[in-house]
Write a new protein. Sequence first.
Length: 401
Amino acid sequence: MIETIADKVRAGGRVSGEEALALYRSAPTSLLGRLADTVRARKHPGGIVTYIIDRNVNYTNVCVAKCTFCAFYRPVGSAEGYVLGFEELFRKIDETIAVGGVQLLLQGGHNPDLPLTWYEDLFRAIKERYPSFKLHALSPPEVIHLSRLSQLPVADVLQRLIGAGLDSIPGGGAEILVDRVRKLLHCHGKASADEWLDVMRQAHRAGLRTTATMMYGTVETDEERLEHMLRLRELQDETGGFTAFIAWSYQPDHTELSGSEATGVDYLRTLATARIVLDNFDNLQASWVTQGGKVGQLSLAFGANDMGSVMIEENVVRAAGASYCMDEVEIVRNIENAGFSPRRRNMHYEVLGGPIFRERDVPRMLELATARDEGDSHVPDELLNYPARSQSGKRLRVISH
């Protein structure tokens, strides 16, 4: 049976959920890798592997969602909670541009004291100062949070954000798009599977391109992992708005859920299965941020055609114990040693050129930056311009004033 399904994949046929499950569970890892590589080579025959230089900035860690798998968030009123100021974000953008960066990946907690107008003012301020710099910002649960806070429909929130400068939406908060799993992970309240998919549907209709993600290895079954992929495939058939798919393994350290991390082999099998199932997705990223550089490099033989982001900064995965770092030099070395040609890209997967460090001097980056230095708890001045909803937020504004 496995060989029959393999022949179907080699011939360019679409696999069913049952066939994909059989491959994932029973196909030898080497065969899965070869099949995924065949699909990748069909879509990307030139031997090019892309990457992006951007910065993953978490503008606040205050969150009311309280997902059990998250080690990053702090409850409202926590002494360790923060909101980054506009000037702090400008400095981060300056540093990003200095190493050839082209966009900010901006995501954060569901902070009740940041209204929609705060985001609009921030986006406009960034675009006024850096007109060509891109904002890849606000995952679907954040958009839903803003919809609830402002009591506006998701479509209206998206239009206002686009009007302020939003360029594209990251695929965060998907976890596993099955409500049984989402309820167990305490993330159903921030977005059901249907709600997550509907934000993406509306974003695509509004002309935005987005990415899609999957965090696996918590409480889901194999069938539910495949259901997640099939729901993404179905929406991509409908809209064509997804640029890429990124899967990563749950990082258990310092989380309420705890548990153990899935193996590197399971990651490669999951990635290869995704490349076979998601036949309407052009790009699959290697998740070296959770897997490390060498498994990231191996991903290029298991269906990935993109090494993701040089990143510069990361806070969420690091809070759960993973702190892998690769600057552009290291990413390019991994790509070339795997036999591919490295190319810089933007969020739309348009090639921008070769490695920046071969064109000019770029400072080496041997560890990832953080949102803020430890112990820095200052409150940005501009927060005083926005009404708080929480009691602690109101007190903070009075004290700061």
